[in-house]
Ligand binder design. Structure first.
Ligand code: ADP
Length: 573
């Protein structure tokens, strides 16, 4: 403050807070305690909003999703030892989804390492497998440099998780305020110089080749994923697709870059589209399990892939026909420019476009017939239709949808309609369950103009259900809809012959207390709870809670025998 003289001393906590704010960080998620409480308080005083959670795991999931939604590093703050270990869940999730995040953990006094200090752990080693960069500030003077390096590393190249270690003794060291300011300035300057050196550009010959391949393809397809969403490539994608008339297929989190209802959307004809396409331009999506590794039998063995990815390692790994390394938005700008030189368009009557559109219509009308029925006790389809219609009725800005659970997520992916970019957050590349509440909180603070609606299974909800208190504390506009079928995959699905042994009378490993009153949980903290079992009850709860835009839990009773074990992943269980 203005009272301090240049000679005034500041400690590591204050310097850390100032460094964070100087980089431009505005939000941090976490759990405080020894030795990071002062850091959190000083960060708040420096203008950083601190969202305090119950568990670092959820806070870490929040930080990762915040990074994805904003394109800036999401910050997780944890205590040492166990706090750091809990936080690794979030850090690894950021890494696997390629989302920018920095986990900052306090650690034990460097002078007591190896002697069994309070919450002692070699956190740098623990974080290594789950981070692209990790660093320890061994002295107060290293703090600004470590912050700037970790934060910048999270967002540069392929985004990912980074780790920053702040030992207790360093947080308590002091420097003069004037030295602190010059340390921050030189850390910022060093970064600018490095950024200038890193600039690269995509080779134009490759762009020409890519456009030639698309132009000469008989059955071209454009696939895009959450990397394209992260790159904010929606306008370039729209231009590409609408100028060429090529059908497109979003991955689950790519949904919304173009509306699911777009006439070129091949989602409802997915098997045909990927099974028969001869050239596939894949933008910001990995050819991993979610895309069947780009191999037969799902894909034709002759398909030629053009991959656009910011990571050259990813392109090396997949060995596509052609790889374009770079930011999806920038690469697509070049592609569109090249197309403009010699435009081409398949048109509605093109046999490939027609085949996809007919198949999609057929599949959609089959699903609509299922959805139209009011089945009570609820299956998955009836409530999902009602929720879809309620979300669509909100209009623009569209709510952020958070989705997890086996059947709930599978059915939801097909039924719920995404109309705007980056409005779907789900279990992602790892199929991580337990992300729901963290993602809701991240979405609510990152996108304050949107309502947040979570549609999740009871088991997914249970991982982080205590965070409903966090929703209430910050009064976030989040409506959590729990599909309650009494357990993982719903109730006891064992064959009677399987139920033997001394513990045969225990509840099945898949079951929870039947009829659990999850809606009462949020009421304990002053939020709004609803228990619904019929279409009218659900409609009225959705109507009321969407209008109120206040924390609410809608507990939807689902027939425990509806849905399938492991959802559509049964072959792996
Ligand atoms: P999805 O789950 O939607 O299929 P993935 O997470 O598998 O998507 O793939 C996302 C890909 O996007 C990653 O390989 C990542 O390197 C890449 N990526 C991240 N940021 C960008 C960007 N700005 N431009 C292009 N690709 C990006």
């Amino acid at each position: 403050n203005s009272q301090t003289t240049p000679q005034a001393l500041i400690d590591g906590n204050t310097l850390a807070a100032k460094s964070l704010a100087a980089y431009g960080i505005t939000h941090m998620f976490g759990v405080v305690g020894i030795p990071v409480t002062s850091f959190a308080n000083r960060a708040v005083a420096s203008g950083v909003r601190f969202i305090a959670f119950h568990n670092e795991q959820s806070a870490g999931y929040a930080a990762s999703a915040y990074g994805y939604l904003t394109g800036r590093p999401g910050i997780l703050l944890t205590v040492s030892g166990p706090g750091c270990v809990h936080g690794l869940a979030g850090l690894s999730n950021a890494m696997i989804n390629t989302w920018p995040m920095v986990m900052i953990s306090g650690s034990c006094d460097q002078n007591d390492v190896g002697r069994g200090d309070f919450q002692e752990l070699n956190q740098i080693e623990a974080a290594k497998p789950f981070s692209k960069y990790s660093v320890k500030a061994k002295d107060i003077k290293e703090i600004p440099k470590c912050f700037f390096e970790a934060l910048d590393s999270a967002v540069s190249g392929r985004p990912g998780g980074c780790y920053l270690d702040l030992p207790t003794d360093v947080l308590h060291q002091t420097v003069s305020e004037s030295e602190a300011n010059s340390l921050i300035k030189s850390a910022a300057d060093a970064l600018e110089i490095e950024k200038g050196l890193k600039k690269t550009s995509t080779a134009s010959v490759e762009v020409e080749r890519a456009v030639d391949l698309l132009r000469n393809a008989e059955r071209p397809l454009v696939v895009f994923g959450k990397g394209a969403a992260y790159a904010r490539a929606e306008n370039e994608l729209k231009k590409l697709l609408e100028s060429t008339g090529i059908p497109f297929l979003p991955t689950p989190m790519g949904k919304g870059l173009l509306p699911d209802t777009h006439e070129l959307a091949a989602s409802a004809a997915r098997s045909l589209a990927i099974g028969k396409c001869d050239v596939a331009l894949v933008v910001g999506a990995r050819l991993n399990w979610l895309l069947h590794f780009g191999e037969p039998p799902k894909w034709s063995k002759d398909v030629r892939f053009i991959l656009v990815d910011v990571s050259d390692e990813e392109i090396e790994l997949r060995k596509p026909h052609l790889g374009l390394v770079g930011d999806a938005k920038k690469v697509l700008e070049l592609v569109n420019k090249e197309i403009k030189e010699e435009p081409f368009c398949l048109g509605k009557n093109h046999p490939w476009v027609e085949a996809i559109s007919e198949k999609a219509k057929e599949n959609v009308s089959r699903m609509e017939a299922q959805l139209a029925k009011d089945v009570v006790p609820f299956n998955f389809m009836t409530p999902m239709r009602i929720i879809r219609d309620a979300i669509l009725a909100v209009g623009s800005p569209a709510p952020v949808l958070v989705s997890e659970g086996a059947n709930t997520m599978d059915v939801g992916r097909a039924v719920l309609v995404q109309t705007e970019p980056r409005t779907r957050l789900d279990a992602g590349t790892w199929g991580t369950m337990g992300v729901g509440l963290g993602y809701c909180i991240a979405a609510a603070v990152a996108e304050p103009h949107r309502l947040v609606v979570a549609v999740e299974g009871d088991s997914g909800f249970g991982f982080s259900a205590m965070e409903v208190e966090t929703l209430v504390r910050y009064q976030l506009p989040v409506v959590v809809i729990v599909f309650n079928n009494g357990g993982v995959y719903g109730g006891d699905r064992r064959n009677p012959e399987e139920i033997t042994g001394p513990f045969k009378d225990d509840p099945a490993p898949t079951s929870f207390v039947p009829g659990a009153a999850y809606h009462v949980l949020i009421e304990a903290f002053g939020g709004k709870g609803y228990l619904v079992g019929t279409p009218d009850e659900l409609k009225s709860a959705l109507n009321e809670s969407f209008t109120a835009k206040k924390p609410a839990v809608i507990n939807v009773t689902i027939d425990p025998y509806a849905g399938a074990e492991s959802g559509r992943m049964q072959h792996k269980n």
